[in-house]
Design a protein around this ligand. Structure first.
Ligand SMILES: Cc1ncc(COP(=O)(O)O)c(C=O)c1O
Length: 357
């Protein structure tokens, strides 16, 4: 038996629902199922509006366009998936790399020394919420925009609000390794009706309401399909069980891992552990650890490299990035699929405990 670091959780209900949709005579492309999904997710996080798009990268890009953030300076945490920073570059803006704190989220202290920013993209990385609310308050006081890249964090909450409901715009991603999946898919959320309408028009060719081939303005096609939305809705029906499963598996890893070379990174009760992460003392012990686990058919994944270490992004390093540039080498993600149950975590933990690194 091989344990993948992550895999999608597809059950018979998902298959039945997609099957029924295909037999329903629906036109497959975006229509009522997509609207239903937008309603479910915006209600869940408490946002007024949601706009579904083909993926999370496009969702971040559209958030930037929606807020007029072209040719601007935008703070981004030095540890995040590459899409966050590439969306900034796509919008012809300049990223400013900000160090992270022990939660692996953007550091408030490191952010506030930067005076000439136009916006912040905060990432509740791996479902941890860090200083997100404090940074949002600071953005409001400073008069700059806050975008929440909540790709990992469906179901997690800050102290006062759910992830996906912070700042001017927030986004989700629905790739196969996310909390719920529809293969590919992304969503922009906002409470601002004007921005919602702007992005909805932009993503549907800005077509006149009578559906003629007359167009109010420039527009593109960032629609998804009702086929995907059907899977998304079906997955979303299991959101509570996915969240409980992630939380239980995290507690079991925490209880069972007992190897002096390893520390299990913590989560608060309000956070949904997306991936289970462990920290080793050094790059070499992390590599040794993952090699030994791989020999046991237990797949791991390295945390994202610090953005400042990527060749094409080095020029955006404006200041010391002491934590992120050290910590990224030491963190490993363990098997984290929604299909894992207690016996799997017991088995994996036993193997972790017998590694000598
Ligand atoms: C933090 C973060 N933001 C954005 C994205 C981009 O999402 P997508 O892969 O749907 O484009 C990802 C994807 O994994 C991510 O991890």
């Amino acid at each position: 038996m091989k344990y993948n670091q992550v895999e999608p959780h597809i059950n018979e209900d998902d298959i039945k629902n997609v099957n029924e949709y295909l037999r329903s005579g629906g036109w497959i492309t975006e229509h009522v199922k997509t609207k239903e999904l937008e309603k479910e997710i915006s209600n869940f996080v408490g946002r007024e509006y949601a706009i579904t798009v083909p993926n999370g990268t496009i969702a971040i890009y559209l958030s930037l366009l929606g807020l007029g953030l072209k040719n601007k300076k935008i703070a981004v945490p030095n540890i995040t998936m590459i899409a966050t920073v590439n969306a900034i570059l796509w919008a012809d803006s300049t990223p400013v790399l900000i160090d992270v704190d022990e939660n692996l989220c953007m550091s408030y202290e490191d952010l506030v020394v930067h005076k000439d920013l136009d916006a912040v993209i905060f990432v509740p990385l791996n479902g941890r919420t860090g200083d997100g609310e404090k940074i949002n308050d600071w953005c409001k006081e400073t008069g700059i925009n806050f975008i929440e890249d909540s790709a990992h964090a469906l179901g997690s909450s800050y102290e006062n609000t759910m992830c996906g409901n912070l700042g001017d715009m927030s986004i989700f991603s629905f790739t196969p390794h996310k909390i719920i999946t529809m293969g590919q898919g992304g969503m922009v959320l906002t409470d601002d009706q004007e921005k919602y309408e702007f992005l909805t028009n932009l993503k549907t060719f800005n077509r006149q309401k009578d559906k003629a081939d007359w167009h109010e303005d420039f527009g593109l096609n960032f629609k998804i399909t009702d086929l995907q939305a059907t899977l998304g809705l079906s997955q979303f029906e299991r959101i509570d069980s996915f969240i409980n499963n992630k939380k239980e598996n995290y507690k079991n890893y925490l209880r069972l891992i007992d190897n002096d070379a390893v520390s299990v990174l913590g989560f608060s009760d309000n956070e949904v552990p997306w991936f289970f992460d462990i920290k080793l003392d050094s790059l070499s012990s992390k590599e040794e650890f993952s090699n030994q686990l791989n020999k046991e058919e237990i797949e791991t994944r390295n945390l994202y490299p610090a953005l400042s270490k990527q060749k094409f992004l080095k020029k955006y390093r404006e200041s010391e990035l002491l934590i992120s540039e050290r910590i990224h080498e030491k963190i490993l993600w363990l098997p984290s699929s929604n299909s894992l149950v207690e016996e799997d975590i017991e088995y994996i933990s036993e193997k972790i405990n017998s590694v000598n690194a």
